[in-house]
Design a protein around this ligand. Structure first.
Ligand code: MLT
Length: 264
């Protein structure tokens, strides 16, 4: 897929795909991936929609900033990106896991941009103190030792047992090559993210909550419960998928997303 570099603010640029024409869909990837996790969606939906899929700051081809990058920093980057791309009207924001954490912030901070929300394999709760500490520790380990610990510790948890191991292994090299500064900054940002649970009732746009039936990181029960707190949401489970449902089962996911987009 052809990507382009967009300078979103002073010293900060994002690598992104911008393909197709019409109503815009903004795809926000999960940790520690990049825009390419949306390849099947970009191919499928660019026939009828303008599809925008950035590499978040410090991921894929987008340069990192050191320290901690908060979910609101990423959300503000996305709002600037849409402005620089000259997007007109509102967009459907589709975020997976960390991309979902960012989608909450995007909705809170830039809701004039949001037509609909698609939340995949994500949650509204913040980290417990213990999980936040573990993330901070992992960020330090990544800065010192590189991203191989992410491959060792996180990759095995992301997928359904039904997903082809050869496809899973295709993520090893990109994660090993990822910028340790960007990956560590995201871990610190996730550790400090806000709990959005109390705000879910405010979300007044149509929302689709999608979860892989084998997702052990953000479970179907947890996501079903979350969607019940969103007044205009429905929850859908994707068979034979884990935490990366759109990537593991693209045909089922695309069909569900197409139906949701077609609704008024
Ligand atoms: C992701 O897939 O983005 C991660 O599982 C998010 C997280 O570490 O909480």
């Amino acid at each position: 897929m052809i990507t382009k570099t967009i300078y979103v603010s002073k010293g900060n640029s994002l690598n992104c795909v911008d393909t197709g024409a019409g109503e815009a869909l903004l795809f926000v990837h999960g940790f520690p991936l990049d825009h390419s996790m949306w390849r099947s969606q970009l191919e499928y939906f660019s026939r009828d929609y303008r599809c925008i899929a950035p590499d978040l700051r410090g991921f894929g081809g987008s340069p990192a900033t050191a320290g901690s990058v908060s979910m609101s920093d990423y959300a503000d980057d996305l709002a600037l990106l849409l402005g620089h791309l000259g997007v007109e009207g509102s967009v459907t924001v589709c975020g997976l896991s960390m991309g979902g954490y960012i989608a909450w912030e995007f909705w809170m901070r830039h809701r004039h941009w949001v037509r609909k929300l698609v939340l995949c394999d994500t949650k509204a709760t913040a980290d417990s103190a213990e999980v936040a500490r573990a993330r901070q520790l992992m960020a330090t380990e990544i800065l010192q030792g590189g991203t191989s610990i992410v491959v060792d510790r996180l990759l095995p948890k992301l997928f359904s047992p039904a997903t082809d191991p050869t496809r899973i292994r295709s993520w090893v090299e990109p994660i090993l090559k990822a910028d340790r500064v960007g990956i560590a900054a995201a871990q610190c940002g996730m550790a400090g993210r806000c709990d959005m649970t109390a705000r879910l009732g405010e979300i007044d746009v149509p929302s689709l909550v999608v979860v892989g039936e084998h997702d052990t990181i953000t479970t179907p029960q947890e996501m079903e419960q979350m969607s019940r707190q969103m007044p205009h949401a429905r929850c859908l489970s994707i068979p034979l998928a884990g935490h990366l449902a759109p990537w593991e089962q693209p045909a089922a996911f695309n069909e569900a997303l197409a139906a949701f987009l077609a609704e008024n």
